[in-house]
Design a protein. Structure first.
Length: 173
């Protein structure tokens, strides 16, 4: 009695290489049934043999989604941020402060807009903003509301900055 020929050991074909009698196949995305190469769904799940989207269509869809998402975020940010202001501000009085080199300042700030908001303000020594200006934020002000604030401006001990009461101004945004 003769024995049937045994298939060669798997080591001859490589670990992942298909055997010589097998052709490459794909599998159905839904059920896992074998399909021809390049076909993503079997006949049960794609009875009309509709082709899938091309790579260009898929990338365009993703790109359009990203663009619409960014536009949506900009619209959302625009709706959540209020348009307070413009704010007008003026120094109503200034004079020598309690500490040496300090200046006591009274400021009047008006919200000239229609909606409530906070003003971001800074004192300047001569009307020109500088990085070392004293900055502050006002409490919430309704549209058309005015407030008066008092501050004492004290220069840093080693700073060459000096506050001259007559030259002080305030800028608010």
């Amino acid at each position: 009695m003769t024995r049937p020929a045994e298939p060669p050991p798997a080591a001859d074909h490589g670990f992942l290489a298909p055997t010589p009698d097998r052709q490459p196949v794909d599998h159905c995305f839904r059920c896992g049934k074998e399909t021809p190469v390049g076909v993503g769904l079997c006949e049960v799940h794609n009875p009309k043999q509709l082709s899938g989207p091309s790579a260009t269509q898929m990338h365009a869809t993703v790109f359009a989604g990203i663009v619409l998402g960014v536009i949506g975020l900009f619209v959302l940010f625009r709706l959540t941020l209020t348009d307070a202001g413009p704010f007008s501000a003026q120094v109503t009085s200034s004079g020598a402060g309690v500490a040496a080199g300090a200046v006591a300042v009274a400021v009047s700030i008006t919200n000239e807009g229609d909606s409530e908001g906070h003003a971001d303000c800074r004192f300047t020594r001569d009307g020109v903003p500088r990085p070392d200006d004293v900055a502050f934020r006002t409490p919430a002000m309704a549209g058309g509301e005015s407030i008066s604030l008092e501050r004492e401006l004290t220069p840093e001990p080693d700073s060459p900055v000096s506050y001259v009461p007559e030259l002080l101004s305030v800028i608010c945004r």
